[in-house]
Design a protein around this ligand. Structure first.
Ligand SMILES: Nc1nc2c(ncn2[C@@H]2O[C@H](COP(=O)(O)OP(=O)(O)O)[C@@H](O)[C@H]2O)c(=O)[nH]1
Ligand SMILES: Nc1ncnc2c1ncn2[C@@H]1O[C@H](COP(=O)(O)OP(=O)(O)O)[C@@H](O)[C@H]1O
Length: 181
């Protein structure tokens, strides 16, 4: 039995990376390591549980204390994964999953080497737009994701696995089968 891994769901924003990560993670008993972010929740009245939302002051303090395994600045907001959350699970022999863009995936790969398994999730551009619009994502955000589509998609060749996410349950099942083979 191999040791615990860091599963990084990456790929196309809006393709369903968080959705699939949750499904596979729950099925296989992995611990979710949510990113901290200074971005406002999309619905401040009822923040979702996709991120750990925090003030810029809090983020900067933890950053200066070296608490993040990696950080990113995207559209004026900061994002980061707490090293102790990730490593506590690994030390306990439990695999973890994170959902990151390709810079984050690269940073994790550099630090955790072969223990890192990158799973690239994608769908075609039209489907990305449809999914984001039906989720109520702001127009500018949808546009930003679509503009970066071509750049993002090239990262798939570096990932350990690539899956097109047409039917979510089916995608999750295929990933589960692939990573437990
Ligand atoms: N490099 C890096 N990327 C992150 C981190 N946390 C989240 N991300 C990615 O950064 C992007 C943030 O986009 P945003 O529009 O705020 O959130 P979304 O709704 O999850 O797409 C997404 O592609 C996330 O997967 C992190 O800690 N590091
Ligand atoms: N296979 C799928 N079929 C239809 N809708 C999906 C599928 N996978 C995810 N979604 C929906 O698409 C939207 C974007 O998914 P999300 O997981 O937030 O994407 P990402 O993390 O890649 O930005 C969400 O509303 C989600 O419920």
């Amino acid at each position: 039995m191999p040791g615990p891994s860091v599963f990084v769901f990456t790929g196309i924003s809006g393709a369903g990376r968080k959705t699939i990560a949750r499904k596979v993670g729950e099925a296989l008993g992995w611990i979710a390591v949510r990113s901290c972010t200074t971005r406002e929740p999309r619905n401040p009245a009822a923040p979702d549980s996709d991120y750990r939302y925090m003030s810029r002051e809090q983020f900067d303090e933890w950053d200066s204390e070296g608490k993040f395994a990696q950080t990113a600045s995207i559209s004026g907001n900061r994002y980061g994964v707490l090293r102790h959350e990730l490593e506590a699970a690994l030390s306990a022999g439990i695999s973890v999953y994170v959902v990151l863009n390709r810079e984050g995936a690269e940073a994790i790969r550099k630090q955790y080497g072969d223990r890192t398994i990158r799973i690239f999730i994608y769908v075609d551009k039209i489907t990305v737009r449809e999914r984001l619009e039906s989720k109520g994502t702001p127009f500018e955000t949808v546009q930003r994701y679509l503009d970066s589509y071509t750049d993002e998609v090239t990262y798939r060749s570096k990932c350990e696995y690539t899956f097109e996410n047409v039917n979510a349950d089916r995608t999750a099942e295929l990933i589960r089968a692939a990573v437990t083979r």
